[in-house]
Design a protein around this ligand. Structure first.
Ligand code: FEO
Length: 390
């Protein structure tokens, strides 16, 4: 176990080979399941546990500790942080699970743990470990309703579970590099973006209220410089997006791809930062990351069996469930003989607060008039961005 500060130890597991999270989002840097042991002069607390597939390694990491565990702090109930609970309760039968009321409910449903094993805490409640005091801050909806943060007052270390984390294996201290930051941004986009305003609120709460010197999340590295990640979150959760458009597309025979690339070129010429995301060849994490600060999403869709290509539906479905802060939406695409491109796509934008712009849907290959329409759409997007001041 590695000490992060005065008798506070890291006992997490690195998982560099994990390639998918939630069986959906690619993990280019793997991930980690961080757990921390806090040894007070009288009591010992463990903050978060581990994932079922890394249970053995986690228990091995803990096995060197002979002092026992009095409290298991469950900051959040999801299985990647709680899968060791039953095993730990067998090993440390006197230990209590310290958690929020909501998390207790989730843990009982998931693991059938006896009610008497819980100590439910409320916001700002404190728990003494002797020379260390834990203070709990309820922080619902980053990203589940159960979440709380745990703060060691004397050492100024804040444990935020998923919040401010990154799917990034192999970094004990979070490196302040563009690569790490992009990993943290993808993670924010995939997990936290639907709760943007909550994330924004907790940045202020941590900076102005708690003022930690170290932030220790339960995925990725530990932040010795909290401003590094808090500044990034302030930017990513801003109310106003940037003068930026994402064109996410699927192209079976190249026609939709040609339209997407032409529109991207025109937008770039007009000064709109544009990201082209091939939904099939790229990965959903790249699309999610591009959506963090984009004002416009343009979906490019081919058709299969008289309906939108399923990968196009997936692209817009993901945009919708992530509740991207986009302001404008357009659809471009090509079809061979007939069908309905717009219906199934529009069913999947109901979570977005967007103004719909013109759609450009062409039979077969794009023609001269198609390019003229794309020019017009590019101009409209640039003007709309100007109008809302991005
Ligand atoms: Fe890392 Fe929401 O679990």
């Amino acid at each position: 176990m590695k000490e992060i500060k005065n008798n506070i130890y890291y006992c997490g597991v690195q998982d560099p080979d994990r390639r998918l999270f939630d069986e959906l989002i690619p993990l280019p840097h793997g991930t980690s399941y961080n757990s921390y042991l806090i040894k007070g002069s009288e009591k010992t607390a463990l903050v978060d546990t581990s994932y079922s597939k890394t249970l053995q390694e986690f228990m091995h990491c803990l096995s060197g500790d002979t002092a026992g565990i009095d409290y298991i702090i469950a900051n959040h109930g999801e299985g990647d942080h709680t899968s060791a609970l039953r095993t730990l309760l067998e090993l440390y039968p006197k230990a209590l699970i310290v958690t929020s009321a909501k998390c207790k409910e989730i843990l009982i449903d998931a693991y059938s743990i006896d009610d008497a094993k819980f100590l439910v805490v409320s916001n700002k409640e404190r728990l003494s470990l002797g020379d260390k005091t834990l203070e709990f801050h309820l922080a619902p909806f980053v990203h589940w309703p159960d979440t709380m943060f745990t703060y060691v007052i004397e050492d100024k270390v804040l444990f935020t579970c998923d919040y401010l984390g990154a799917h990034y294996a192999g970094a004990f201290w979070a490196p302040e590099t563009p690569e790490y930051l992009e990993g943290a941004r993808r993670y924010y986009a995939e997990i936290m973006m639907p709760f943007r305003t909550h994330c924004q609120k907790y940045v202020t709460k941590i900076e102005e209220g708690i003022k930690p010197e170290i932030i220790a999340p339960s995925h990725g590295g530990v932040y010795q410089n909290p401003s590094f990640i808090l500044n990034a979150y302030r930017e990513w959760t801003a109310d106003n997006p940037k003068n930026k458009a994402v064109i996410a597309y699927v192209s079976m025979y190249g026609n939709t791809g040609t339209m997407a690339k032409y529109l991207a070129k025109k937008l770039t010429e007009l000064g709109v930062e544009t990201e082209l995301c091939d939904i099939v060849k790229g990965d959903l994490g790249d699309l999610a990351s591009a959506l963090v600060d984009s004002a416009t999403i343009v979906l490019g869709a081919s058709m299969v069996l008289a309906n939108p290509h399923p990968c196009a539906v997936l692209g817009i479905y993901i945009t919708n469930v992530l509740r991207a802060n986009v302001k404008f939406f357009s659809l471009i695409g090509s079809y061979g003989w007939g069908g309905n491109l717009t219906g199934k796509i529009e069913e999947n934008i109901n979570g977005l607060k967007v103004e719909k712009l013109d759609y450009i849907i062409v039979k077969g290959a794009p023609k001269d008039e198609t390019y003229a329409e794309l020019d017009k759409l590019a101009n409209t997007i640039a003007e709309k961005h100007k109008k809302i001041g991005v």
